[in-house]
Design a protein around this ligand. Sequence first.
Ligand SMILES: NC(=O)c1ccc[n+]([C@@H]2O[C@H](COP(=O)([O-])OP(=O)(O)OC[C@H]3O[C@@H](n4cnc5c(N)ncnc54)[C@H](O)[C@@H]3O)[C@@H](O)[C@H]2O)c1
Length: 362
Amino acid sequence: MDKKPVHVTTEKVREVTYDTLLSFGVDKEMAARAAKTLNTADRRGIDTHGIARARFYDRAIRNGEINLKPNVKVVKETPVSALVDCDGGIGVATADIVMDKAMELAKKNGIGMAVAINGHHFGAAAHYTIKASEENLIGMSASPSLLITCPIGGTQKLLGNSPNSVAFPAGHKTPCMMLDMASTTVAGGKIEMCIRAGKQMPEGWGLDKNGNPTTNPLDVFDRDIQFVGSMTPMAGPKGYCLIVMFELLSGLLPGAATGLKVVGSGGGLGYFMMAIDPTIIRPLDELKADLDEYFLTIKNSPKREGVEEIFLPGEIEHKITADRAANGYDLNPAVADEVLELAIQYGRVPKDTTVYELFDVK
Ligand SMILES: NC(=O)c1ccc[n+]([C@@H]2O[C@H](COP(=O)([O-])OP(=O)(O)OC[C@H]3O[C@@H](n4cnc5c(N)ncnc54)[C@H](O)[C@@H]3O)[C@@H](O)[C@H]2O)c1
């Protein structure tokens, strides 16, 4: 008999994420920020980068890659820039602090760029740009990632997949247009989801350890989610070039680790965060009116046969956010089991607890 779905609220998922991080030893302030970042992904339907990452951070902490009580500090500052030392703290919290700094500078001086050293895996790039967008700033974020990509024509993994995001403020009546993506064909988390589901992955996502195309996700990751193969850059050489250029901005510019200097699953990574106040160019009202017109012109343009709807960047996630906030959603059952296992392992709940009890499923 099929198990009942684990139908959750996004708020309960945030609470469980927070408790899970606390049980790993992450301090309260960092855990609260980290849980919020991860929950942005879960609220928006980016199920690969929310609570599903609990096991990944647990392993990184046990490997000693993450400082549980970091002293995050600005080491150099100008009116429009800051260099932040994240002291090895959990990336989904420290990157949030770095974006806050970029936004503070943008509000004071029109433009703020904050880059960082000693970061770690920063999760979904969208979390940081949405924060800026919600305050009527244009946001940009990028980070290298753990080593998962080979240079075009090469066989050695020397590159990450440069997750990056750009978001504009919302229009008067249209949602924020926002790009959030890995610079590989897909995010590694999507391959991980294929392993959880026991499915093959589509052609073109990954290469085996000899650099040959494969549809078996276990040729890319082993069962412990360690990379054995590699991922393909999106759009061939263009994706590869994007990966490199974002590594320069978010890794080389601040002086953070890239390539073989990255420790484990992200130790020493850098971040690039930028916020721009559009009113340094023209009035916000005018820009918002043009954003509406731009959005609606594309939205209502002629569709190819068989296509029901044209979407703008970020629109699908915007709709999912509204739906999940109103109705909750079914948590991936494999992810729910992993989170329960961790809760039992860290002694947070009795051994006979069910996922339904852990997530308050009625
Ligand atoms: N921290 C890390 O190391 C890391 C690495 C890679 C990716 N990530 C994260 O993984 C997540 C998933 O990345 P991805 O590349 O698989 O994303 P994706 O392919 O699901 O989406 C990429 C972009 O395309 C847009 N989009 C998708 N379908 C669309 C359509 N039909 N019409 C219009 N726009 C559409 C989305 O709004 C999004 O902005 C992102 O949140 C990314 O930041 C993190």
